[in-house]
Ligand binder design. Structure first.
Ligand SMILES: NC(=O)C1=CN([C@@H]2O[C@H](COP(=O)(O)OP(=O)(O)OC[C@H]3O[C@@H](n4cnc5c(N)ncnc54)[C@H](OP(=O)(O)O)[C@@H]3O)[C@@H](O)[C@H]2O)C=CC1
Ligand SMILES: N[C@@H](CCO)C(=O)O
Length: 428
């Protein structure tokens, strides 16, 4: 039997407690599978006295996560505090400098500082693992770096923020407004302490930056992501999209194109019969397309104590077994700098307009679309009792620049009663 693998765990919140619980409850199973024990030498959090619902007896307490990260009696530093900078990054750096392997769930830190931390790890012959950082319990990092290592990846996309998917599906099912369902999600404790991380698409974009880095061999490029949250998705659009056979999702898409790396996190329409369209509530889904494998779809819980701790344990178990791979699926020194695509791939678009109901209004809209080279695929005008006519259009594939030209020209027609809404329809 090998020596135990000794952990220092910083952060005893939702995820940290989950990890402690698994290590305590599954000690025999883990030992049987790994051929060695997993032990916890010491833990750290802000408040020593808080009852965390799990026994911490037998573990030393450190107030300072850096001290924990550099203790002689730990082999692996498990960072579960969170935060892009501050103690999480300082302690991770300290651990790597002290020769400790690192496991983290911290997507914010890795999306921003991932390349420099990977350099520190790889230059010191250490691993930095982060399965829990993307899509919680779904083993997507392992799938991309190992299961699909023989594939040229063409596209990675998915719904990677459970709170946003909860809000959008609750809006659809209840018919309530964004503001009403946001308040409900907040009351249920589904949102981050800073809800903007969720509804602004930032949390999901952190995850997308990590997947894109692995898929396309580039340094994580969070700043290169075209980012739009769900705050402006209205119940009117959710209803109208449903009427045309679509669901609205906060969809992350990363794709290498001839014009550079396209990374988008934005509300998109997807067919309601597609796996992404059928994804309800707080569940996550990641779709990966490889040249050899074709398309695979991974679905599962993206957050919560059990699922996230399950992913952290996968990393700990890999380290216990002696796994020693590069952080982003290939040596960090070989990662290219991402060149952000200057324009989006062409797509069909959904347009929702409110027109002043007078003769020739529709003709004017059709003309500006035609003049900009945007072709109409489907069009629907709804019965109405007032002077404004609700109109929906689904275009054929077009480039965004042509659509923007048309939208700009629409403003001068004098037939718009409200600002039009344009949403991309993603091919899935
Ligand atoms: N919750 C989830 O479902 C998921 C979380 N993650 C990621 O996992 C990480 C942890 O998340 P989660 O468990 O939810 O976070 P919590 O807010 O529940 O817990 C954070 C923990 O870190 C401790 N902490 C914060 N600052 C310090 C500090 N300066 N020194 C020592 N300890 C500190 C807190 O201490 P105290 O308890 O005393 O306040 C707390 O125990 C984050 O990176 C998050 O993004 C990833 C996927 C899903
Ligand atoms: N706020 C995140 C937690 C997991 O990263 C979500 O809703 O998916």
């Amino acid at each position: 039997m090998s020596e135990p693998l000794r952990l220092g765990i910083a952060g005893l919140g939702t995820v940290g407690v989950g990890v402690v619980r698994i290590i305590r409850q599954q000690a025999a199973l883990l030992e049987a599978r790994l051929g060695r024990k997993i032990t916890i030498s010491a833990v750290s959090a802000r408040s020593k006295d808080r009852d965390r619902g799990v026994s911490l007896s037998g573990y030393d307490w450190e107030n300072d996560p850096i001290k924990l990260a550099t203790r002689d009696d730990i082999d692996v530093f498990v960072e579960l505090m969170g935060g892009e900078d501050g103690p999480a990054k300082d302690a991770t750096e300290a651990a790597l400098k002290a020769g400790k392997q690192v496991v983290t769930a911290n997507k914010a830190m890795l999306a921003i500082h991932g390349a420099e931390l990977a350099e520190l790890a790889e230059n010191n012959g250490l691993v930095l693992r982060y399965e829990a950082a993307v899509a919680g319990g779904i083993p997507v990092i392992k799938t991309l770096t190992e299961g699909l290592a023989g594939n040229q990846i063409s596209r990675v996309m998915g719904v990677m923020n459970g709170s946003c998917n909860f809000i959008l599906t609750r809006m659809e099912n209840s018919g309530k407004t964004y503001e009403e369902i946001f308040a409900e999600a907040d009351g249920l404790g589904y949102l981050e302490a800073d809800p903007q991380l969720d509804v602004g698409g930032i949390d999901a974009a952190h995850k997308l930056a990590l997947l894109a880095a692995i898929a396309f061999g580039t340094r994580p490029d969070f700043a290169g992501i075209q980012l739009e949250g769900i705050e402006r998705v209205s119940i009117d659009d959710i209803r109208a999209a449903a009427d045309m056979g679509y669901k609205i999702k906060l969809l992350g898409v990363a794709q290498k194109t001839g014009r550079g790396l396209e990374q988008r996190m934005q509300p998109c329409l997807v067919p309601d019969t597609s796996p992404l369209g059928q994804l309800d509530g707080g569940t996550n889904m990641v779709v990966i397309e490889g040249d050899a494998v074709g398309q695979i779809v991974l679905r599962g819980p993206g957050a919560g104590e059990g699922p996230t701790a399950s992913a952290v344990m996968s990393d700990i178990c890999d380290i216990a077994r002696g796994w020693r791979g590069p952080v982003f699926g290939q040596p960090v020194a070989s990662l290219q700098s991402a060149v952000a695509a200057t324009s989006q791939r062409p797509a069909a678009y959904y347009l929702r307009m409110t027109l002043v109901d007078k003769p020739g209004a529709m003709a004017k809209i059709a003309t500006v679309l035609g003049d900009a080279g945007v072709s109409i695929n489907r069009m629907r005008q709804y019965e109405h009792t007032d002077t404004n006519a609700p109109v929906l259009i689904v275009t054929h594939k077009t480039d965004r620049a042509s659509l923007d030209r048309a939208l700009c020209a629409m403003g001068t027609t004098g037939v718009l009663a409200a600002e039009p809404v344009a949403l991309r329809i993603e091919e899935v």
